[in-house]
Design a protein around this ligand. Structure first.
Ligand code: MG
Length: 398
């Protein structure tokens, strides 16, 4: 089997890739819906891929892996990897999880970070109300992740939150950092207490915190919330869109508290997880398959983390339904250090109408049953999907 074309289309602005082969099988993958600017990066790999056998996924990746980088520039390489797994599964008639070594679980747990309601404010009552609404969602999530502090408008909306001035930057994840005031620190703890009051010990709580914290404040906060048994504190020091990792700083934070510390959604490739894992600098890592280099890359990292007693909760908030399928396939195969992956929303109401093969409803009691269709296990319906293609991408399905 040979690759004869690599296409990338914007569907209502969401980047979708298609790898076309000479045997009539195509593989599909999706990039985070707000990354339309990655389309030219995807297409830059076209010449390098044509003629390669997509079922030798690792061999093809050797051609392109060095042309990715930390988020958002790992997504093109990662999506190509996932589309090749889709082809390999369809070509052999088995679900992708079989090709990754087989499943070790029949259903995978997801946590909610993407199905959100508009916040009424950024005080304890607002957070309590917000988790109450999330608990009532029909998906029955057993873990909820909340953005707080530097990862939320709290840094702007709470007067005197920290000794610094947030930039109203265009980009999410602008490098706002600074020491917290005592009021800012206690405000954040009060919001955690209010959420836990609602959640009790029935629904787990994780917090997406930054980056932006000074190490000394991060230690104080992580200790202050120890009584609440949080699942993790995410990206306090680096993470999100920060193009580096500081394992030593994370190690100091991790060793100072019993609250699990988490990072890693922006990291590209296993090599950049090596120090974090070997130094046990965090208790939980959160690679995103569509940023880290793909699903086989993520599995490798998960296995290595398990050898070092580091847990894994993969990121995936904006990966869409094709990203969801890839997460289900790989998470079915992960070792016992797997907690849950971040449930990606559909990103637009029309998405569920143009795809078939996913369970309905997708999530029951906070879990997704692993399906057995070949490849990633979905089919796009071109007749319905065409309506959402950008004008210049009209031949995407031809
Ligand atoms: Mg995050």
């Amino acid at each position: 089997m040979r690759i004869v074309d690599l296409k990338c289309a914007l569907m209502d602005g969401h980047p979708i890739i298609r790898i076309v082969t000479d045997e009539g099988i195509s593989g599909y993958a999706q990039i985070e819906h707000h990354k339309a600017f990655i389309k030219p990066h995807v297409l830059s790999f076209r010449e390098a891929l044509i003629g390669a056998d997509p079922t030798d996924v690792q061999r093809v990746m050797l051609r392109i892996r060095q042309r990715g980088a930390f988020k958002p520039y790992g997504s093109a390489v990662s999506a190509i990897e996932m589309a090749m797994w889709d082809i390999a599964g369809k070509a052999t008639g088995v679900p992708v999880y079989k090709l990754l070594g087989g499943k070790v679980r029949d259903e995978v747990r997801v946590y909610n970070g993407s199905l959100r309601f508009p916040m009424t404010g950024y005080g304890p009552k607002d957070y309590a109300e917000d988790v109450r609404r999330m608990m009532a969602l029909p998906e029955g999530f057993t873990i909820i992740k909340q953005p707080i502090s530097f990862h939320s408008p709290m840094k702007r909306e709470v007067p005197g939150y920290y000794y610094g001035k947030p930039e109203l930057g265009h980009f999410h994840g602008a490098l706002d950092r600074g020491p917290l005031t005592e009021r800012g620190l206690s405000h954040t703890v009060e919001c955690v207490a209010a959420m836990k009051e609602v959640l009790g010990d029935r629904v787990g709580l994780a917090l997406d915190c930054g980056p932006g914290w000074m190490l000394s404040d991060a230690i104080r906060f992580a200790r202050a919330v120890e009584p609440y048994n949080l699942l993790w504190l995410e990206d306090m020091l680096t993470g999100d869109y920060i193009p580096y990792v500081d394992a030593d700083m994370y190690r100091e934070l991790t060793l100072s508290t019993s609250t699990p510390i988490h990072t890693g959604e922006q990291i590209y490739l296993r090599q950049n997880f090596k120090e974090l894992i070997e130094k046990k600098a965090v208790r939980v890592i959160g690679p995103d398959p569509c940023d880290v280099g793909g699903i086989a890359e993520l599995k490798w990292i998960a296995e290595y983390a398990d050898l070092h007693s580091v847990l894994i909760a993969p990121h995936g908030t904006a990966n869409g339904l094709l990203g969801l399928a890839a997460l289900v396939q790989v998470c079915a195969t992960l070792p016992h250090n797997f907690i849950a992956f971040e449930y990606p929303g559909a990103n637009a109401p029309w998405w569920p109408d143009i795809i078939e093969g996913l369970p309905s409803p997708v999530v029951k009691n906070g879990m997704i049953a692993v399906w057995d269709r070949p490849g990633m296990g979905f089919d796009l319906i071109p007749e319905l999907a065409r309506a959402y293609l950008a004008e210049e991408d009209g031949t995407f399905f031809d």
